[in-house]
Design a protein around this ligand. Structure first.
Ligand code: HEM
Length: 205
């Protein structure tokens, strides 16, 4: 049972993050160029292994920026108040169900400059991390019930993206202009791309 829970909690979240990151990279050619350059400089093997992906600041900034704009669990998981408390002048009664809208927090113009733009640079040279301490950015939740799969999830996303970026050029079918790529979302427990991303991979050699 635990294995099944870990499997379901870990797969949709990880694949959704990879899909949104790929969509943003296809759409933002300059970002893709920079991330590919970083990977070419740092990774010398043809097959990327997990131990190689930890020191890739720009790739990591791209992953953070993806999770800011497209958190796979847009309301976290439902929580319940264990006791009555006051939050910003509101009374939250004991037993109330709490949904935290991290999708909206990630796009709040009071917290983020140009919130709707995909700008990984905003995370470079910043200590802002998804470890649950910075409440403006909690794609893995925070506190006792935060995601136990954070490290393995991030490692998987890093390794998958690094492998695909280094090895292939990514093209949209029918010569579609990436600028017009459909970025609409389908809301649910997990946030998915409404139109699944389709790409053609061309071997970079
Ligand atoms: C990019 C990948 C992932 C993201 C963004 C993500 C995000 C989240 C979020 C937001 C929560 C709810 C936290 C809260 O409500 O405070 C959660 C819970 C959970 N995640 Fe992940 N997750 C990811 C990968 C994984 C992986 C790989 C695993 C397992 C191997 C996993 C296992 C779990 C489990 C078991 C819970 C429930 C924890 C509890 O209720 O105490 N997750 N995750």
């Amino acid at each position: 049972m635990l294995g099944l829970e870990l499997f379901t909690a870990g797969t949709d979240t990880t694949t959704s993050t990879v899909e949104w990151a790929m969509a943003e990279l296809v759409k933002n050619k300059k970002v893709m160029f920079k991330v590919r350059e970083e990977l070419k400089n740092e990774i010398k093997t043809r097959t990327v292994v997990e131990s190689e992906v930890s020191n890739l600041p720009y790739l990591n900034a791209c992953i953070k920026e993806t999770l800011r704009l497209h958190p796979p669990a847009p309301f976290l998981l439902p929580h319940r108040a264990v006791q009555t408390c006051e939050v910003m002048g509101y009374t939250v009664p004991r037993g109330a169900q709490i949904l935290v809208n991290i999708w909206a927090i990630g796009r709040d113009p009071k917290l983020w400059e140009d919130p709707l733009l995909f700008k990984p640079e905003r995370f470079l040279g910043s200590n802002l991390d998804f470890g649950g301490q910075d409440f403006e950015f909690i794609p893995f939740g925070a506190g006792r019930r935060m995601c136990p799969g954070l490290h393995s999830g991030v490692k998987s996303v890093q390794t998958i993206l690094a492998s695909l970026i280094l090895r292939f050029d990514w093209l949209l079918p029918n010569d579609e202009d990436p600028v017009n790529l459909d970025m609409n979302e389908k809301f649910g427990v997990f946030l998915q791309k409404k139109k699944p991303l389709q790409l053609i991979f061309k071997d970079l050699k």
